[in-house]
Design a protein around this ligand. Structure first.
Ligand code: COA
Length: 315
């Protein structure tokens, strides 16, 4: 992984402002205590997964010192594409002026970025591409039910991107481990969609159920990733988790015996940006120069499907 970039919409909405704006019976204290979220960024009219993804990708390329013309694969994880097709990835490819290689979207909800990393890594290893942009880009504000306080306070919009390149050496993705169990699809899903109701559909979630799955499934994915590489939790330098809830993030930090300063946390300012949350966290940490060569990064996520997974990478 050469570098990471991110983009967040300009409209920063605090918990109090959100409650006022949408007439919600909630409070800053309730939201912060249960989730750690203080604010989120919301896309402006006209902003979309592709427009934000282009900005995030441009920053990632600039930081990596890679020209867009060198990119031969664009893979975008999103549950909120601009439209059913062309894929958001193809729109981003065009927006960056890339005319070669391939581009496609992938849908695994909040685990989308881990899935996309796994796919990109496999394609690089099998020689199908050399330089890949892997992007998570989401506009969940468009699929939230703004009258449902149990879900609409939890999410935000944004995009993050990383540049992967086939290179010899110690750094890079060690392995990814992805899972799905569709029996639990009903506890976190979008009701309706282009192929059923013809509309966009709205997000529904049984929060407590999701929470229970999150803690056990993330722990098992983390154990699996470490065991596959004969590594111990003490070897992990940084936890870069999906940013859904500070209580889940803290539980994973405790499991790995990592102090808070070794866990990249953005949920307080970004809320849950679904597939964009891990690349946005990577982008922030890269911007602050937090990762050093040789650091071992552990990425993990769970989301609708259910889907879950983990990636280990050497910086
Ligand atoms: N403001 C104020 N009160 C709220 C509220 C809000 N925004 N949302 C729910 N409540 C109320 C509920 O109505 C309920 O009231 P009641 O006891 O009178 O019925 C009470 O708070 C408790 O609701 P509950 O859903 O049991 O709360 P919780 O402690 O489970 O916290 C979540 C809710 C969503 C924060 C928590 O379940 C969670 O984080 N789940 C995981 C979600 C997640 O991470 N999803 C993304 C995965 S990718």
């Amino acid at each position: 992984m050469l570098s990471a970039g991110g983009y967040l919409p300009a409209d920063v909405v605090s918990n109090d402002e959100l409650a006022r704006r949408y007439g919600l019976d909630t409070s800053d204290a309730w939201i912060q205590e249960r989730t750690g979220i203080r604010q989120r960024h919301l896309a402006a009219p006209g902003e979309s997964a592709s427009s934000m993804g282009i900005k995030a990708a441009a920053q990632a390329l600039e930081r990596a010192g890679v020209d867009a013309s060198e990119v031969d694969a664009v893979i975008v994880a999103t549950a909120t594409p601009d439209s059913s097709f062309p894929a958001t990835a193809v729109r981003i490819q065009a927006g960056l002026g890339i005319t070669r290689g391939f581009a496609f979207d992938l849908l695994a909800a909040c685990t989308g970025f881990i899935y996309a990393l796994s796919v990109a890594d496999a394609m690089i290893r099998t020689g199908q591409c050399r330089t890949a942009l892997v992007i998570g880009a989401e506009t969940y504000s468009r699929i939230l039910d703004w009258t449902d306080r149990t879900t609409c306070v939890l999410f935000g919009d944004g995009a993050g991107a990383v540049v992967l390149r086939a290179e010899e050496g110690e750094s890079g993705i060690l392995s990814s481990h992805i899972h799905a169990d569709g029996r639990h699809g009903g506890i976190l899903h979008v009701e309706g969609g282009p192929g059923s109701t013809g509309g966009t559909g709205l997000l529904r979630m049984a929060g407590r159920e999701v929470f229970k799955h999150a803690v056990t499934k993330l722990a098992s994915a983390v154990d699996e990733a470490l065991a596959a590489n004969s590594l111990a939790r003490e070897d992990v330098t940084w936890l870069v988790p999906h940013q859904a809830n500070i209580r889940i993030i803290d539980a994973m930090g405790r499991k790995l015996h990592l102090p808070r300063e070794r866990v990249v946390v953005t949920v307080d300012r970004h809320a849950n940006t679904s597939a964009a949350s891990i690349p946005l966290a990577l982008a922030e940490a890269v911007g602050e120069g937090r990762f050093k060569p040789g650091d071992l990064l552990l990425l993990e996520a769970i989301g609708g499907g259910l889907t879950w997974g983990a990636t280990l990478l050497r910086w």
